[in-house]
Design a protein around this ligand. Structure first.
Ligand SMILES: [Zn+2]
Length: 592
């Protein structure tokens, strides 16, 4: 048993309670205990302590005084001699990858939700014992956490060199499907909980293997023909994908040798269905994204994340690099692994471009500012989010695309070389924006400061269209959907159109439509004609307006009816990348 030891078991499956018994072998006389308020990779204060209850501390059977210091920390007066026994329960019914879950079919947790930190001892070795629950005897355990002594099912003792090491390993339990493969000689395990009987596990396993091999070669062996054994070069000796399939959800969280994923069951491949659905591509993109993070944010990481502070927000200007460049490569490496074709890739890039160009907030915040504000903006979205901020995922991905295409069009190097150069320069550790600029200068012989400044630190639109055209692609402009033309985002329900977002500078804003309005109908032409119509969905306007552009919107706001004069703007457009006429010159660097 280490200096800090946790024993974790399901206390009550139906009450969704984990029981934790923590033992501190050499406590301080005033031992502070605290629970993280956030989990690295998800930049929001989530207050995990709200689910912690029945905290009790004992020393040699004697109950100790516990004083609560703030929302997530407690002080325990101990004799400073004998072992301190701490016990508590944690309520777990969050189906996301970020905290904890427990019911009769499955258990899952991140140590950041269940394991109190013993302040002053977080650099000491930590051990964790997982105990079997009497009514879940057939459950198995899946985790990247190094085991010390475990049974065949994975229950038993695990260890980490410090709290930080422990916190980075989510743990899955249940009767899940599990498969294994080697990618470039490195052992990988894929675990899927909640899948339907029709789940084509062999296909997902094979496709995940292709993704992993493409990534491993990208980081460690690009340019060499043999991809057999990279085990000595990879920063991890094994890797685990923990995928939870549910009715409808999407998300992932990266860790040093594992990832927790959640996806919709309908997006899993099905036996006998060889088609590649859009949902399945989204799932493969998620797998690719989180796996890329194993290098780009878990090892190469913002200098501010050298050591996480679990008690408060950890700020960085660099999420455009760590999330944006990862988003650029997640799809690009799907293309390189052969899981999607050029048309499929350009469809994904088109989507990203439209998301950025249709967000008015891109003219309000730079991606560097959006990174800093992630804690209160990206992760706390509301009706004003598209007007106030820009996604460092999507715009960051386009910054990567602009940089890659600019490099390819004017130098012998590509962004691939720059990424590997950063990996070497920063020794797979903390980096700053200056490191990127230095690697760019070293490898191309010229400064890229001006471009990075314009793309990352200003709100000027990115030159992505021009760069794609230079790559012999066409960027077509096609008529926008009705909602985009009007400058609204809506949801149709209960027979009416509900306004969720009114975009800055759009026709809907000019007319006075407001988020929260229920749009019931329109009047067109002269009211004496009785031309008032109910609408159920926004596309109804197409038929009702015909070639007219002026209407009166009838909306309900706070139980009152409003009549708002609204003019449909002349046709606006969305972008589409067209690759049919693309010619590849002999010897041209293969972008895709
Ligand atoms: Zn990410």
């Amino acid at each position: 048993m280490a200096v800090v030891h946790y024993c974790i078991e399901a206390a009550d499956l139906h009450a969704h309670l984990w029981r934790v018994k923590m033992t501190i072998s050499h406590p301080a006389t005033q031992q502070i205990l605290s629970l993280p308020v956030w989990i690295p990779g998800s930049y929001m204060v989530r207050e995990f302590s709200k689910h912690l209850q029945k905290l009790e501390c004992r020393q040699s059977q004697r109950k100790l005084q516990v004083e609560q210091l703030d929302k997530a920390s407690w002080a325990v007066a101990s004799d400073g001699q004998s072992a301190l026994e701490v016990s508590y329960e944690v309520y777990a019914l969050d189906n996301s990858v970020r905290s904890a879950w427990l019911d009769s079919s499955r258990g899952f947790f991140n140590p950041t939700s269940l394991c109190l930190m013993a302040q002053g001892l977080t650099d000491e070795p930590h051990t964790l014992e997982l105990r079997k629950h009497s009514s879940s005897k057939h459950w198995r355990v899946a985790t990247g956490l190094p085991s010390i002594k475990t049974d065949k099912q994975g229950f038993g003792l695990y260890g980490a060199p410090n709290y930080d090491g422990l916190a980075d390993y989510p743990i899955e339990m249940g009767e899940f499907w599990s498969g294994e493969f080697l990618a470039c000689g490195v052992k990988h395990r894929l675990v899927v909980a909640g899948a339907m009987p029709s789940f084509d596990s062999a296909r997902l396993l094979k496709d995940t293997q292709k993704i992993c091999e493409t990534h491993l070669q990208f980081w460690h062996q690009k340019g060499l023909n043999s991809s057999k054994n990279l085990a000595s070069k990879t920063p991890f000796s094994s890797y685990v994908f923990l995928l939870n399939a549910v009715d409808d959800s999407y998300g992932g969280l990266e860790h040093r040798n594992s990832t927790a994923l959640i996806a919709a069951r309908k997006d899993l491949p099905r036996v006998g269905d060889a088609k590649t659905s859009e949902g399945y591509i989204t799932l493969l993109g998620l797998i690719s994204h989180e796996y890329f993070h194993t290098w780009n944010v878990k090892r190469l990481r913002p200098v501010e994340f050298t050591r996480y502070d679990y008690t408060q927000e950890n700020y960085t200007h660099l999420l455009w690099f760590f999330e944006g460049f990862t988003s650029y490569y997640d799809d690009l490496l799907l293309r390189r692994s052969g899981l999607i074709d050029d048309v499929g890739y350009f469809k994904l890039l088109t989507k990203t471009m439209n998301q950025v160009f249709q967000t008015p907030g891109r003219l309000v915040q730079s991606v560097a500012q959006a990174s800093m504000d992630a804690w209160v903006k990206y992760y706390r979205q509301d009706e004003n989010t598209p007007n106030a901020t820009v996604s460092y995922y999507t715009k960051g991905a386009l910054v990567a695309a602009c940089l890659d295409l600019s490099l390819r069009q004017s130098t012998p190097v590509t962004l691939d070389h720059i990424m590997r150069g950063l990996w070497v320069r920063c020794k797979a550790g903390p980096m700053q924006e200056e490191d990127l600029l230095e690697v760019l200068l070293e490898q191309t012989g010229r400064s890229w400061r001006k471009e990075i400044k314009a793309w990352v630190h200003t709100t000027k639109d990115l030159p992505i269209k021009e760069l794609l055209v230079k790559q012999q692609l066409q960027v077509l402009e096609e008529p926008a959907q009705m909602a985009q033309r009007l400058g609204v985002r809506t949801v149709d329900s209960n027979g009416a159109v509900h306004i969720k977002v009114v975009l800055r500078g759009g026709a809907a804003e000019a007319a006075g439509l407001c988020a929260g309005d229920e749009w019931l109908g329109i009047e067109v032409g002269n009211l004496a004609d009785g031309q008032a119509w109910r609408i159920n969905k926004i596309e109804d306007l197409l038929h009702l307006l015909s070639d007219q552009r002026k209407m009166t919107a009838i909306v309900s706001r706070d139980k009152r009816f409003l009549r708002l004069a609204l003019t449909l703007p002349p046709k606006t457009s969305t972008l589409r990348i067209h690759s049919a006429n693309r010619k590849t010159n002999p010897g041209e660097a293969p972008w895709l």
